[in-house]
Design a protein around this ligand. Structure first.
Ligand SMILES: [Fe+2]
Length: 186
């Protein structure tokens, strides 16, 4: 899911160690993206120009963390259909964990970078519903769209609140979803 952002991020000024992670990560994302599109009917950008990503690391890390969180949730859905593709889920867990650690480190250090990261998290979260709607626009997803949307937004809220990017009250799509998609009420 984060392929485009990851590709763009490599052109930015990122801390040592991160660039190496991003290179390996890009290869994994390219493979995952194909599998997501084929199996879930999820449509990615389909464009060749790279998206603009923030040049400050504290903002970029928040963007990548957010996209990776979405990627992990899509991977969970994928594994429901194709348990043999468990390695994708494992990759995504590593990706999310990497950026979660980076974001946490930024917040712990405090100062203007931490403030900026929180503002970026809030702004990214405000734009998220539109992003999610684009991912889910395929007709085949119509029966599940509302539930998927709620689930994805809830998953991001949960992570952002836990890591300290958002206050609980700032999660825009209450309630926070903790159950898996397979166990909906009703
Ligand atoms: Fe990923």
């Amino acid at each position: 899911m984060a392929l485009w952002a990851v590709r763009s991020a490599q052109a930015q000024d990122v801390p040592p160690g991160v660039l190496q992670f991003l290179r390996r990560h890009e290869e994994e994302e390219a493979q995952h993206l194909k599998q997501f599109e084929q199996l879930l009917g999820v449509r990615s950008h389909g464009k060749t120009a790279l998206p603009r990503v923030p040049s400050q690391w504290w903002a970029l890390a928040v963007h990548l963390y957010g996209y990776e969180t979405l990627g992990l949730e899509f991977a969970k859905l994928l594994i429901g259909l194709r348990p043999d593709l468990i390695s994708i889920l494992e990759d995504e867990e590593v990706h999310v964990g990497f950026f979660e650690d980076e974001v946490r480190a930024i917040l712990v250090r405090g100062g203007s970078a931490a403030d900026g990261a929180r503002r970026t998290g809030q702004a990214w979260r405000r734009r998220l519903p539109g992003t999610v709607d684009r991912y889910l626009e395929d007709e085949s997803l119509e029966p599940f769209r509302d539930e998927l949307r709620r689930h994805l937004l809830g998953a991001v809220d949960e992570r952002f609140v836990t890591v300290g990017l958002l206050a609980r009250s700032e999660g825009l799509e209450a309630p926070i979803v903790t159950q898996s998609l397979g166990e909906t009420e009703g």
